[in-house]
Design a protein around this ligand. Structure first.
Ligand SMILES: Nc1ncnc2c1ncn2[C@@H]1O[C@H](COP(=O)(O)OP(=O)(O)OP(=O)(O)O)[C@@H](O)[C@H]1O
Ligand SMILES: [Mg+2]
Length: 268
């Protein structure tokens, strides 16, 4: 299967905090790498959780996504290998927390990441099958840069009472970016995270979300699973920490669902 270039840059975004964005970017990326895809993860969150969770310590991050965005370095120079075969990372640093101010006066300030990915004779984006962008919990200019650079957004939604809160704002932002800055942007899928099958509320939330959003919601639900939360402290994705746990298996299913969706979209 060949991936159309416009389908392979995916931003994992939701301005709500703690819903599973980083966990999804890291483990979905790992699952895609496991089936032979070449994956680049771009950590766009000042918290740097994706970088730490992949064993990249702060002192090893010479150039980060911040330096790339402000033009201090090119993207290729920031890229480091990870513990996952086939997956590289552009790490993040705390500098990103002030990036909105730094970017405010820059020309093409919404296109900085897209430009960095496409720059030069041999653009970085051509070296990867999938580029996953881990967004911060905000709809800041940093997140807008991710949306402008991407062809699809993956939205993790935590299965809790307030799951849908803020979603209309996110959808509105995606529509605005699509209308003005990046016509090829779409919501590629919504993934239900931290699903607890013993809890009626989780099932109710999942039904409500499906009713509200329809087919854009992936069939695969990511269960609440303690191994998933333990893995980052070992500097590994859950898939390397415990391949057979329910959480890892769910991310493998999610990757195959994503590949199937893209295949169907290309065939259609
Ligand atoms: N399926 C899961 N089961 C158990 N714990 C999970 C699961 N998914 C994520 N977590 C834990 O929940 C917390 C939040 O997850 P994560 O960091 O992926 O969210 P986030 O949306 O990236 O957060 P932020 O908005 O702060 O960037 C983390 O401690 C993570 O380990
Ligand atoms: Mg995060």
């Amino acid at each position: 299967m060949t991936n159309t270039p416009e389908r392979r840059i995916l931003a994992v975004a939701n301005q709500k905090g703690g819903v599973g964005k980083t966990t999804t970017a890291v483990n979905l990326g790992t699952a895609l790498a496991a089936v032979g895809k070449k994956v680049l993860l771009i950590d766009l969150d000042a918290q740097g959780n994706a970088s730490t969770g992949l064993g990249i310590y702060a002192e090893d991050r010479e150039f980060t996504s911040y330096h790339v965005m402000i033009g201090e370095t090119d993207l290729a120079s920031s890229i480091l290998p990870t513990t996952v075969k086939g997956m590289d990372i552009c790490p993040a640093s705390e500098d990103l927390s002030g990036a909105d101010l730094d970017l405010a006066d820059m020309p093409r300030r919404a296109h900085l990441l897209a430009d960095a990915l496409a720059a030069g004779k041999n653009p970085v984006q051509n070296n990867y099958d999938y580029i996953m962008i881990d967004c911060p919990p905000s709809l800041s200019m940093v997140t807008i840069n991710a949306m402008v650079a991407s062809s699809g957004i993956i939205v993790p939604l935590q299965c809790e009472f307030y799951a849908l809160e803020g979603l209309s704002q996110l959808i509105k932002t995606v529509r605005r970016v699509k209308a003005t800055l990046n016509p090829s942007l779409d919501i590629q899928g919504v993934v239900l995270t931290m699903y607890d099958s013993r809890n009626n509320l989780s099932a109710q939330v999942a039904d409500d979300v499906r009713e509200y959003l329809g087919d854009v919601v992936y069939e695969t639900k990511i269960p609440r699973n303690v191994k998933i939360s333990e893995a980052p402290s070992h500097g590994k994705p859950a898939l390397l920490y415990d391949y057979s746990c329910a959480g890892s298996q769910a991310y493998i299913h999610l990757a195959s669902e994503l590949l199937r969706r893209e295949h169907d979209a290309i065939a259609a």
